[in-house]
Write a protein that binds this ligand. Sequence first.
Ligand SMILES: O=C(O)CCC(=O)C(=O)O
Length: 307
Amino acid sequence: MPPSSVLKTMSSILSPASPFKLALIQLGGVGADKAKNLVHTRDMILKAANNGAQVVVLPECFNSPYGTNYFPQYAETLQDGESVAMLSAAAKEAKVYLIGGSIPEKEEASGNIYNTLTAYDPTGRMIAKHRKVHLFDIDVPGKIKFKESDILSQGDWLTHVNTKYGKIGVGICYDMRFPEMATIAARKGCLVMIYPGAFNLITGPLHWELLQRARAVDNQMYVAACSPARDLTANYHAWGHSTVVDPKGVVIATTEESETIVYADIDPEQVKEVRTNIPLYNQRRFDVYDDVSVSIKEHEDGTATKK
Ligand SMILES: O=C(O)CCC(=O)C(=O)O
């Protein structure tokens, strides 16, 4: 048993939190018909809630086919968009916190398009908005080339969603490759980092699970990533394998590539225990290198920005 002073420090690094059941909806059948995509998504949210989920997660780009050519056509504003309206109503009907995957968002004033996640509380109120911070621009010759920045603008803040179960850090897909985001979230008291994402058949097998386990073990927090199901008739073939990793770095729930819902129990005591047993938090040498979280200030709307 560690001394009580250590235990006290350990519990104080996690914002107040309680256990909850998480559901990752590995959504299938996302096609060209947006209205149809929305109807199916709502059905799956209700299904997850009926199975006891208290926090429900959707994948990246759940309302439109994935690809830069689709973004302008499917983009909508957060003020009067049909996807946001559905998400809010579904969160309320299902009485769950909803991490609403992402949609192409059009900002009316600038005309910019963003890859945007919105989150809702069980009354249907939008409680956070995260715009993908790191855009997916890669070129692996002969294998995969993707350049989101041709069409999308990048987000300028981090997002820590306040829920009654504790604080949840969010990122979108490629954001997962940047460890600073998860480290900042952990040091600001988030117990889980959630990434709606859509890796592909090249980088998926290489890095999807590895990145989640890395973020989890480095930061001693839960990490979850929610993908669409794979559709070989679509232009973009998603890796699937929606996964939840615990604070020890162990995969506690996962799947293959078909449509399904992945469930996992998130327990803040597990975070505290791991951080007590292996007390990395207090062993960091900020006299030797900098703490990436100190320059970040959290705001009431869930955003976190440089001071
Ligand atoms: O990082 C990767 O390999 C895939 C990222 C991605 O698909 C995305 O950001 O949408």
